[in-house]
Design a protein around this ligand. Sequence first.
Ligand SMILES: NC(=O)c1ccc[n+]([C@@H]2O[C@H](COP(=O)([O-])OP(=O)(O)OC[C@H]3O[C@@H](n4cnc5c(N)ncnc54)[C@H](OP(=O)(O)O)[C@@H]3O)[C@@H](O)[C@H]2O)c1
Length: 274
Amino acid sequence: MTYSILLIGATGAIGSRIATNLFKHRDQFKRVAFLTATADGGPEKEARYKAVPLPRLVGSLEDPSSYHGGVKHFYPAEYGMDLSRPEPQGESFFVHKLNVRKHLEDIVSRDSSKGFTYIMVGMWSNWMLSYNIFGLSGDKKSATFLGAPDTIITTTHADDVASVVALSLLPSHLKSLSDRRRIRLAGSTLTVSEYFSVLSKVLGHDIKVEYTSKEASYAIEQEHKEKGNTLMYILSPLLRALGFGGSVLEGVDNNSYPELKVKSFEEVAKSTFA
Ligand SMILES: NC(=O)c1ccc[n+]([C@@H]2O[C@H](COP(=O)([O-])OP(=O)(O)OC[C@H]3O[C@@H](n4cnc5c(N)ncnc54)[C@H](OP(=O)(O)O)[C@@H]3O)[C@@H](O)[C@H]2O)c1
């Protein structure tokens, strides 16, 4: 079976990595291209589009006829928690992702030839460290973390997320476009206090951690809104779900992808703080 792949969002944090991986495996697909809404996005965007190693297609997502026609298998841009868990339900950060799942499942329930793949990876370890989600202080000797010390969290490096997306698209893994797959990939699955132990080991000193309760997080979220701290306001529901169990993956599929040697959290922390 050979098929074509259209990548939407090829310049994004994960999209650019997926583009690189699809390019690596391009010989195994009929055609691989990326979509942009416009033929001229201005100098800055055009420079980013030029760096994508795939041919480009122009077409708007607003115009269903430009992409809906022949699409048989969908990969929604989840790349995070297992959305079937209770923690993301009712949290504003996940509303669109949950709606997309609902829409996809509605589509495939009406057409047995269509399928989807959900890629679930927990939190990206590199993202958590670069956005200081562990709440480390300037000298990294203390931290304030929204969550509980015994919460289990799965983390995976974004490079491994992109690799599994491309590998899962190879004909050797995607047996039929009508498959409905839930792929779980994990770099590390540890408790929050174990993550801090790893950080402590890598940094070479103790870290005094203060844990923020779920109850307190609502007031903090409101404070972010009032102070106009938009990013933290948007991320608060995500961080609450993370800190209280939403990011654990059970029954992972790492063994189905022996081609992929995932990075552990310790390896990522070492390369971040080296
Ligand atoms: N689990 C984690 O820790 C974690 C961390 C980060 C992200 N994520 C998830 O990964 C997914 C992607 O995030 P990201 O950080 O890679 O995003 P990003 O860097 O913000 O990139 C978004 C991409 O989507 C494209 N895009 C946006 N609106 C579009 C539209 N209307 N039509 C076509 N393309 C559009 C953008 O294209 P242009 O460049 O053309 O504007 C851009 O390439 C999200 O679901 C996010 O929640 C998960």
